[in-house]
Write a protein that binds this ligand. Sequence first.
Ligand code: FES
Length: 575
Amino acid sequence: MTNPSSSLRSQAWFGGFSRDVFIHRSWMRNQGLTDDVFDGRPIIGICNTYSELTPCNAHFRSLAEKVKQGVWQAGGVPFEFPVMSLGESNLRPTAMLFRNLASMDVEESIRGNPIDGVVLLTGCDKTTPSLLMGAASCDVPAIVLSGGPMLNGRYRGQIIGSGTSVWQFSEAVRAGKMSLADFAEAEACMSRSAGHCMTMGTASTMASMVEALGVALPTNAAIPAVDARRDVLAQIAGRRIVDLVKEDLRLSKILTREAFENAIRVNGAVGGSTNAVIHLLAIAGRVGVEVTLDDWDRFGRDIPTIVDLMPSGRFLMEDFYYAGGLPVVMKRLAEVGLLHRDLLTVSGSTIWENVEHATCFNDEVIRPLSKPLVQSGGVAVLRGNLAPDGAVLKPSAASPRLLKHSGRAVVFENIEHYHERINDPALDVDENCVLVLKNCGPRGYPGMAEVGNMGLPTKLLKAGVTDMVRISDARMSGTAYGTVVLHCAPEAAAGGPLALVQDGDLIELDVENRKLHLAVDDIELQQRRKSWKPPAPPFNGYARLYCDHVMQANLGADFDFLLGCRGHAVPRPSH
Ligand code: FES
């Protein structure tokens, strides 16, 4: 009945006839399992982030059933298990506060259970990095299966995109150009099917990243959640994970340095979210692959953005899928030597074999490299005395006229201070000023909230101003846009120079030369530092653990004690 000499880790639970094995098998049998379930077949975990409070992942029960079908078809045995689900639209104070916590849930759930391989069901923003970080820490065979984007939003004959249109509409309301009744009507028009945000926000970006890394199957990123082909992909993922276990194709064999270089380039080509910077740094840290913030500039700098999706462009993920999806983008990059082509992926084929037959059906949505949306896409990594360890800006979402700019600082000490002042008609601000927001980094918020794309002062919106330079240690939603400098490191709460900026200081931004400079002399800054006090850790409980151990944005904002791969061996394997 069992095979105790099997190399499958699940056989350490189910193989043989000891007292402990009796316990493991007997309790599992209460689910009506047949004898042959325990005979040495690969046991596949289906790691599910289903939650009705995570609406982007609320369809995952049926998706998991499709994966199970595939696992059974290939001779494996599927067991679904829940992990913490991080819903971006509901979770307060910010879902990012819990990314590392969820990754610990995933890691320990995999390691502690009789699992030979795992399919990771991901969708809403943080669910992708948290699951991949956790699985990478165990280094088991794994396939990421995204839940897919929502159908295009449609409002009064126009397509509208998750997040991006919310920012536009709310600014229009504040500027007096849209009524509240119209604003309310748009709600149901935007989110009209199962799935995650359908702009190239963080969810779609991360779904693209896992496909580019080779840990998801080709076409994973773009198939709409409600398209039957998503169910087909789920079945194929179920079949394929059984093969991966037999081949012992673990994550560390796929998540190589070259795979991350590919992903950085693909991120530039799709106009991906700045959040991908932090998440990929954290994932690399879990497998012990050295990827630095400067790699984002080195490999992404000259990559043209060719996918014309909101927030950088016009279209949405549904259009992207019909145009051919990510395989077309990767083929176009690979053809001109911008991707490592021979890397192995979870499909069992190389990157090039996955994409070589991809066909583009709409050159407006996926443009040729010769006609990009933005010539130099990617993520610009800025440095200077305001961000010695780096800051980032997404050129494709910025106003070209502001990419070289000097302006007077208008400073908000924290997000509450910003809310107090931003609508004040007496606020001393004009369109050439630089809005500076402090204490919204990993430790400062805590959790590094998506508030970096702070709304413009109401009086300037009413005057028709649409963009200003904004600088903070926060993140911004992948669906957002604007000339926004993010992730300043070290953050203000850690004593970074951002903490020392005062109203009226001159700040110089020069994206072409990757400079971010505070034009205040060093002696003055030293004086200011003498009166700076670090904010007291504001919470007990988990938030306190977070503040004590979170690393800075340029290191991926992971916990210092989670760096490196711990493998799948259980420290104390028996009762
Ligand atoms: Fe879930 Fe955007 S809110 S992906």
